[in-house]
Design a protein around this ligand. Structure first.
Ligand SMILES: [Zn+2]
Length: 133
């Protein structure tokens, strides 16, 4: 099977939207356009959907009074999106690592907020007071 890459934001959003629920092509184009605040052309979506379909990642069936093709992720497709998400979250984790503080008391990672006392970072007030005792 040919490897499928979600190598741009349009593709990535398409996968996210399909992970959320089934969509037809036009709906995807519209939703992605709204999310990205720019016009997305059918040429950015349909070849990708075709590729996903050929790779067994999505299935399409005609639905509704207008007989539009509604796409849904197959189990393999869901697995692919999940793995893509995990890879992406690892990348984000690496990128934000320098911004993560470690609680001076319990050692847990503090992503945002936290509690500062006497120049030390704690995850919460009780860790700070436990450390001060
Ligand atoms: Zn703590």
């Amino acid at each position: 099977m040919k490897r499928i890459n979600a190598d741009n934001m349009v593709k990535f959003y398409a996968l996210m939207l399909l992970y959320e629920r089934n969509h037809h092509g036009y709906e995807l184009i519209k939703s992605i356009g709204e999310k990205m605040e720019k016009n997305v052309s059918p040429g950015q979506i349909y070849p990708f959907l075709k590729k996903l379909k050929a790779g067994g990642m999505i299935a399409g069936g005609k639905e509704g009074p207008r007989e539009r093709t509604v796409y849904r992720l197959t189990p393999a497709g869901r697995k692919f999106v999940k793995e893509t998400l995990i890879r992406l979250s690892e990348m984000i984790r690496i990128a934000v690592r320098k911004d993560i503080s470690v609680c001076h008391h319990c050692g847990c990672e503090v992503y945002s907020g936290g509690y500062r006392e006497k120049g030390k970072v704690f995850c919460c007030k009780s860790c700070a007071s436990a450390c001060g005792r």
